[in-house]
Design a protein around this ligand. Structure first.
Ligand SMILES: [Zn+2]
Length: 211
């Protein structure tokens, strides 16, 4: 019933994922993001998509210094998955890769995905891009403004010393992002795929049955 195909794509290539993002921007529901989590041996792969409305409270192209600062701060926060999706200390998880970006309807984001792969400092990197491609960014923003929807996208790879202990996720995400109301979470493990809805009002996910 959930979008299993999205997770499958995410596990295969980020490039296909970018195409998937493009299709979904129109359809997204403000307040509701998607989080896919795949457990594979000692690694946990995660992918987050959330409307701009959830993350920074607006979806127009950031023009003012304030708006730009909000976007930059959000991208930086999204690049720290363990601060947003808190796992039990006993699982011993650490971040191997984290990349976050803001996508508008007009995707040069295949490009972004590749640029950002493996960088913890997506924030700094994004700023460099802005400087280098000022003209291109201008077009990008004009288009986004006309279209009216943006999404933040992040991908993470975690390594866990004892992944079987990763049985509870606390969603500090909702504390950090005031516009976020719900995450549709899909967990992929040896047990198959399971869908959950995690709400702001009950921001924890108990995964003990998954192990
Ligand atoms: Zn929107």
């Amino acid at each position: 019933m959930m979008r299993l195909s999205t997770t499958a794509l995410f596990l295969i290539t980020a490039t296909h994922l970018a195409a998937e993002d493009a299709r979904q921007l129109d359809a997204h529901e403000h307040g509701v993001g998607q989080l896919n989590i795949a457990f594979d041996d000692g690694q946990i792969a995660m992918e987050l998509q959330a409307p701009g409305a959830d993350i920074v409270g607006f979806e127009y192209a950031a023009q003012s210094a304030d708006d730009r600062a909000k976007v930059d701060a959000a991208v930086a926060a999204l690049a720290r998955p363990l601060d947003l999706f808190v796992l039990p200390r006993a699982a011993g998880c650490s971040v191997v890769q984290a990349a976050a970006s803001l996508n508008s309807e007009d995707l040069h984001d295949e490009h972004d995905e590749e640029d950002h792969a493996g960088h913890d400092h997506a924030h700094d990197h994004e700023e460099e891009k802005h400087a280098e491609h000022a003209e291109e960014e201008h077009d990008h923003e004009a288009h986004a403004e006309a279209a009216g929807h943006t999404e933040f996208h992040a991908e993470y790879l975690l390594a866990c010393a004892d992944p079987a202990q990763a049985t509870l996720i606390e969603f500090a995400y909702f504390d950090r992002f005031a516009g976020a109301q719900e995450l549709e979470v899909q967990i992929i493990s040896d047990q198959g795929a399971t869908a959950f809805e995690v709400m702001r009002t009950a921001p924890t996910l108990d995964l003990r049955d998954m192990f």
